[in-house]
Design a binder for this molecule. Structure first.
Ligand SMILES: O=C(O)CCC(=O)C(=O)O
Length: 352
């Protein structure tokens, strides 16, 4: 996938050859029994120190890598529910609740485009102490219900959280942003999940440094080249950018190319930072029996696209073009629902 220089697969092979084995390839603190099982193959995402020139090369090539020693969110490593309850302030937090472990993202603004779509998770706004109380109550009762707090950090946070935030390693991350020509930092999403929660595969149109703070998360990534294997919902659907394939029970008649999918995976733990390149699909699961997980991500606008188009197009550029065609068709027809059947005659299967 890398056009020049080192690739993720080469770094992993090299680590194994050097006798690094499991210790360098995975973080300690969890075991295989905490992972859900899927039918597809995966390779390991390399774990490297931030000063390793190969890490820089992978980021430059827009390939994923886990950085083990950035200190990016060092002051937040003490965060837990009690500390946050005390210090995060009195703002509102978006908390999704579901009766399944899968929290499929949906865009509420696009709900008007689909009369049949019924979200399986519901968003509620609440204060942080109410979230903690609900979560502890569910745990105590051993209830089926699950919660996932997903809230952009904003200026309602308390003084101690501001101090922690200012102590993040902005030096390192600002240098990354400049070096790779990325645009502005758009947001920091705080994610607090229950053990076993799953965010199904989707891609974002932003660069992401995904900083793990508490607990362990398994992250399975797929490059944009595997777009044809992952069958995203149509652009106008509330689940735009999400895969339609249920990884636990894939319907291979509807989604035959899914059998060719190959992932890159890792488990991140406290202090690890995973680079999730723009347009890379990612499926993320809080490990089973691993307790609550806390993550803060750093989303950046990608580098500006070159004025002159250069061929051959990269996979993500093709994706961007297809998305634009879908959007324009929807606008031209005045009814996004009609775009699917029309395109379906061209690209069989995606819009069934
Ligand atoms: O951690 C998760 O569950 C999802 C996070 C995610 O999708 C992201 O940071 O882009």
């Amino acid at each position: 996938m890398a056009e020049a220089g080192v690739s993720a697969a080469e770094v992993v092979a090299e680590t194994k050859r050097a006798g690094g084995g499991e210790a360098e390839l995975r973080s300690p603190g969890w075991n295989e029994s905490q992972l859900r099982s899927y039918q597809f193959q995966t390779r390991q995402i390399p774990r490297l120190q931030h000063s390793d020139p190969r890490a820089e090369e992978l980021i430059d090539n827009e390939e994923p890598v886990v950085l083990t020693d950035t200190n990016l969110v060092h002051p937040a490593l003490k965060w837990d529910l009690d500390y946050l309850k005390e210090n995060i302030g009195s703002g509102d937090f978006s908390v999704y609740s579901a009766n399944s472990h899968k929290f499929l993202y949906y865009d509420e603004k696009k709900m008007v485009n689909s009369k049949t779509f019924k979200p399986k998770s519901v968003r509620q706004e609440m204060k942080f102490p109410e979230f903690v109380e609900k979560l502890r109550d569910i745990e105590q009762r051993g209830a089926e219900e699950r919660l996932y707090l997903q809230q952009t950090l904003n200026d309602t946070v308390g003084r101690k959280i501001v101090v922690d935030f200012l102590g993040f390693n902005w030096n390192w991350i600002n240098r990354q942003q400049a070096k790779h020509g990325w645009g502005q930092l758009t947001s920091n999403l705080l994610l607090i999940g229950m053990e076993g929660n799953v965010t199904p595969a989707h891609y974002d149109e932003q660069q992401n440094f995904f900083a793990q703070i508490k607990g362990y998360k398994r992250c399975i990534l797929f490059p944009p080249e595997q777009f044809e294997c992952l069958y995203p919902y149509p652009v106008h659907h509330p689940c735009d950018r999400q895969s339609q394939v249920d990884f636990e029970n894939p319907d291979l008649e509807r989604f035959p190319n899914f059998k060719n999918v190959v992932g890159y995976e890792t488990v991140v733990g406290p202090g690890d930072v995973l680079y999730i390149p723009m347009y890379w699909w990612h499926h993320i699961e809080s490990l089973l029996d691993g307790g609550v997980t806390i993550t803060v991500n750093f989303w950046y606008k990608g580098a500006p696209t070159p004025k002159r188009i250069e061929y051959p197009l990269k996979a993500h550029q093709k994706v961007a073009i297809m998305r634009n065609i879908e959007k324009m068709l929807g606008e031209a027809l005045g009814s996004p629902q009609e775009v699917g059947p029309l395109l379906n005659t061209m690209i069989k299967g995606r819009y069934d």
